[in-house]
Ligand binder design. Sequence first.
Ligand SMILES: NC(=O)c1ccc[n+]([C@@H]2O[C@H](COP(=O)([O-])OP(=O)(O)OC[C@H]3O[C@@H](n4cnc5c(N)ncnc54)[C@H](O)[C@@H]3O)[C@@H](O)[C@H]2O)c1
Length: 329
Amino acid sequence: MVNIGILGCGRIGQVHARSVAQSEGAVVTVVADAFEAPAAELAARIGCQVLDADALIQSADVDAVIIGTPTDTHYDLIHAAAKAGKAIFCEKPVDMSADRIRDCIKAVETSGVAFMTAFNRRFDPNFANVRARITAGEIGNVELVTIQSRDPSPPPISYIKSSGGLFRDMMIHDLDMARFLLGEEPVSVYAVGSSLVDPAIGEAGDVDTAAVTLTTASGKICQISNSRRATYGYDQRIEVHGANGMLRAENMLENTVESATESGFRRAPAQHFFLERYEAAYRAEIAEFVTALNAGSQANPSIHDGLRAQVLADAATKSYETGKPVSVR
Ligand SMILES: NC(=O)c1ccc[n+]([C@@H]2O[C@H](COP(=O)([O-])OP(=O)(O)OC[C@H]3O[C@@H](n4cnc5c(N)ncnc54)[C@H](O)[C@@H]3O)[C@@H](O)[C@H]2O)c1
């Protein structure tokens, strides 16, 4: 049985607490938050201790930590948890800077603790099915990957200002998905972006609409389309075209009822946002972490996957800023 401490009891910390409760082989023993109320509320709901973050990391009642705090706190918490010998499940992005992630890799590898990066979309049942069928050879060699990923509405401007920009904050998930589906590392990144949804996002120095083209050494191509607004709900679709066919995963809708009248066919909107859309994926990623810890095996995606996605996000940002393709190694 793995005893888990949750750092950060906000949106994602609560999701992970629920997933641990539903998993076999793990239990949340301690939670911590920078504020008293979120930690006390979550602890009361699941029945566990509340400690401050340092005490949680040092606690003998904790074997592994789930880091669900804001991104700019991950670096220090990873270093402290690695030093204390605790296994780590860390939210994406691991950090906003690739160099700081490299520091985290050193700390994790020196201490030898397990580390999993929370790229939950790999665990979405439909996307995982696409990947498994690519691996089984169903469509032959992958040639083109298309990823459409659009949020229902933009976050507050205060969030945009500290987010690190669309490529690092939002597209990071899609850049990891691109690697997951291409099966080969991208070597070139070309990005364009605009502020079309809200001029305030442009004034804050960010974009709300972006497209990226990734190319691998053998010439495989991935196109990613992002928007901070989709009037029809959270738009999450992927398509993989290969030498022998195509695999496509469509949106999950609020329901599957279709109506037909003389004016045409109508279906429900897409599930509203990530908490609903990826509920199964959040559960499955925690199950993977717990299973790997109990088996003593490496859980994936690893911290190196966290670094690769960040390197691609940095390259996309640079390409957008310079208007030129950027090579990545
Ligand atoms: N994988 C996903 O789909 C997904 C979705 C949402 C957020 N995230 C990531 O999860 C992280 C948290 O995002 P969120 O939306 O849950 O934020 P949030 O603001 O809802 O929650 C963060 C919580 O951490 C607490 N906190 C801040 N500093 C702390 C510290 N040093 N120690 C302990 N607690 C601290 C805050 O008080 C807050 O309650 C971010 O890195 C974000 O990128 C990932």
